[in-house]
Design a protein around this ligand. Structure first.
Ligand SMILES: [Zn+2]
Length: 94
């Protein structure tokens, strides 16, 4: 997945990630090269947010891929425990 790239509206210099974060928090930023003010409305921030969301989702998928099996095994044994507990209680009612 490609990283977000935003360029200064005036000189075209690449905006560093920490400034992009500011833009997404609705703050205006100043270009490090030419010093002009770049406003959040100058960019399509909705697109950025979508991009970030899918990136976050992919991160979760990665985490699940690497630790998922262990997690699901844990959950499965937990669910079985609960199931057995419920079945025991049901038997008592009978
Ligand atoms: Zn600039």
């Amino acid at each position: 997945m490609k990283d977000i790239i935003i360029n200064c509206k005036e000189c075209g210099a690449r905006i560093p990630p920490e400034l992009i974060k500011k833009l997404m928090n609705n703050e205006s930023i100043y270009c490090e090269r030419c010093g002009i003010e770049n406003l959040p409305i100058d960019f399509n921030l909705q697109d950025l947010k979508e991009h970030l969301k899918s990136k976050t989702l992919n991160n979760y998928k990665e985490i699940l891929k690497t630790s998922g099996n262990r997690f699901f095994t844990m959950m499965k044994s937990k669910i079985n425990e609960i199931k057995e507990d419920i079945e025991l209680k049901l038997k008592k009612i009978d």
